[in-house]
Ligand binder design. Structure first.
Ligand SMILES: [Zn+2]
Length: 255
């Protein structure tokens, strides 16, 4: 039983009973970022460490940048839930989860304070120093559970993390004013879009029809990579940003 945090940045060790062993000896190669979606960090810490909640995360970062650890990195925390990435569905077994305290969409998406983002950067770098996590596998909860989750939200500063060497991110291609593809469309461009999203890692089926599920995946993509407009429509800017991302992934030394 672990009695001390893995990260020296964690000033609080608040063990949660909600964890297990990683299935099939899976090791960590993914980092998933969340927002708590609760009114206070204290409330979130209380909930994540309560048995009845059946949820947890490895870390919680409050709005002052204080880091609490709740589950040992070697163990499987219960933060991702139903989801998928790159064909894999047991994401809790391969990931470390960080809850970043922010009340989220239901409370008007307040900004993430600078002191909190400094702590997010420091903790991510610390974790990346211990585990071989490729840049393109530093993800938001919404990336792995589109339609079901919106966190950490379009206000989260992925660009800042990328400048600090955390995650894969490219400058989004500016909006071009075109309507693009959307729900109900059915053509080869939809097929190509679905293939690209799937090949990047998103859980999408290639059906050639732009259904609600595709719109939700496009929304998730936009929240992370083209946050200026999150509308679930695959306009030129969205598709070209995805193309840029592929180029960056090919050029990434760890990809
Ligand atoms: Zn989440």
């Amino acid at each position: 039983m672990t009695t001390a945090p893995d990260s020296k940045l964690a000033t609080l060790w608040c063990p949660s009973p909600n964890f297990g062993a990683r299935n099939n000896g899976r090791t960590v190669d993914m980092l998933i970022l969340h927002y708590t979606g609760m009114e206070t960090a204290e409330g979130a810490l209380d909930w994540l460490t309560r048995e009845e909640a059946r949820v947890s995360a490895h870390y919680l970062i409050d709005e002052e940048g204080r880091v609490a650890q709740m589950v040992a990195e070697a163990d499987r925390a219960w933060h991702a839930g139903l989801g998928s990435w790159a064909g894999e569905t047991d994401l809790n077994s391969c990931s470390i989860g960080i809850e970043i305290h922010n009340p989220g969409h239901e409370f008007g998406c307040p900004d993430f304070p600078d002191v909190q983002m400094q702590a997010v950067e420091a903790l991510c770098r610390d974790i990346l120093g211990r585990h071989p996590i490729p840049p393109e596998r530093v993800l938001g909860h919404s990336d792995v559970a589109p339609g079901r989750k919106r966190d950490p939200g379009e206000k989260f500063d992925w660009a800042r993390l990328a400048r600090a060497g955390i995650g894969l991110w490219v400058e989004p291609v500016p909006l071009a004013g075109d309507a693009g593809l959307g729900e109900g469309d059915e053509n080869e461009s939809v097929t190509a879009l679905q293939r690209d999203l799937r090949d990047y890692g998103y859980g999408v089926e290639v059906t050639s029809t732009y259904g609600k599920g595709v719109a939700q995946v496009v929304e998730a993509f936009q929240r992370h990579f083209r946050p200026l407009r999150v509308d679930g429509r695959a306009d030129r800017s969205t598709r070209d940003t995805l193309a840029r991302l592929f180029a960056a992934r090919r050029a990434s030394p760890m990809a």
